[in-house]
Design a protein around this ligand. Structure first.
Ligand SMILES: [Zn+2]
Length: 319
């Protein structure tokens, strides 16, 4: 039965024409599955996914895929694999698997976290992971007494807190995170992000690097001058480090109308980028606006489901 499904999925995928582009989105590749980061890949999962892509799809760096699509020469079953933010595990866990399968991916880097930074959401997640006991008193944040007795409860609470903090302005968010850390008694430390030397290793291994702002703000919450500075400074810093020109950009958080607006797409365009990705769910046709390209996360835990997902996504084209 399974083999029949896989064969059918492959034969349908093989018949798809060359006009649409899949863009997959990853953040982390963990050593082992991590209950606090549901939906993120671990090495084993990433490995079979890349094997499937290498076998049945044509994987390209994003900027090359966009160029070929514009020229009407995109190969059939074209896929761009993308990573957001700049985690060190991208170099240590993802790169060896990409190389094993002779694939090139595109990495969008928030340059403010290179060389010793960490993203605020990871501080929240690690604080909740480290919290002891059955409950956590977050009444100071008007969240009451929260259950943290099981891994599921911890994961759910961390996700809720990250969601709450995301749209606060910088100083409110810092206060919120300080209150979470104080309630848990945890002091998360340790660098999770790439250093400049590690970023260079990734680049010199043939991977494409793209822009993702300096400090990963929600662009919509910034003034126009701040948004321009975040996007332009990030591009300049990365280009100086790499000695190349960045061609593609990813909007932080990436929801159209919620996290960024058409004016931010105009800014990105004016800085010489060639395309930009959102986190809207979908597959891209030649008609898709290249300043708000759609992506999706392959979350399936079984290869045949992954193939079926790719097939069904193919029919949901953004225009
Ligand atoms: Zn990001």
């Amino acid at each position: 039965m399974l083999n029949t499904v896989v064969r059918l999925a492959i034969s349908i995928l093989s018949s798809l024409n060359g006009k649409k582009l899949f863009i997959l989105i990853y953040h982390r590749v963990f050593d082992e599955p991590d209950y606090m980061y549901q939906g993120e890949a671990d090495k084993k999962e990433f490995s079979w996914q890349m094997q499937l892509l290498a076998r049945y799809f044509n994987v390209l760096p994003l900027s090359e895929a966009l160029r070929l699509q514009a020229e009407g020469r995109l190969p059939s079953r074209a896929v761009a694999v993308t990573f957001d933010d700049g985690y060190a595990d991208n170099l240590y866990n993802a790169l060896p698997i990409l190389k094993e399968n002779r694939l090139t991916a595109t990495f969008f880097i928030a340059s403010g976290f290179l060389d010793g930074g960490r993203m605020w959401n990871d501080s929240i997640v690690e604080a909740i992971r480290a919290a002891e006991g059955e409950t956590l008193d977050l009444s100071g944040l008007e969240l009451g007494i929260c259950e943290i007795g099981t891994p599921e409860q911890k994961e759910r609470l961390a996700r809720k807190l990250v969601g709450e903090a995301k749209y606060k302005n910088l100083s409110e968010r810092e206060d919120f995170i300080a209150a979470v850390l104080a309630a848990t008694g945890a002091k998360p430390d340790g660098d999770l992000m790439l250093t400049t030397a590690e970023l260079l290793q990734l680049y010199h291994a043939g991977m494409e690097i793209g822009g993702h702002t300096v400090s990963h703000p929600i662009l919509k919450t910034l003034s126009d001058a701040e948004a321009l500075s975040e996007i332009a400074t990030n591009k300049k810093i990365l280009e100086e480090k790499l000695g190349t020109t960045l061609k593609v950009f990813a909007y932080p958080n990436g929801k159209i109308g919620i996290d960024f607006l058409p004016k931010h797409a105009e800014l990105v365009k004016s800085l010489g980028y060639e395309g930009a990705v959102s986190t809207e769910w979908g597959v891209n046709s030649p008609r898709t606006d290249r300043w708000r390209l759609a992506r999706f996360t392959p979350w399936d835990k079984k290869p045949y489901k992954f193939l079926l997902r790719m097939m069904s996504m193919y029919r949901q084209v953004k225009s």
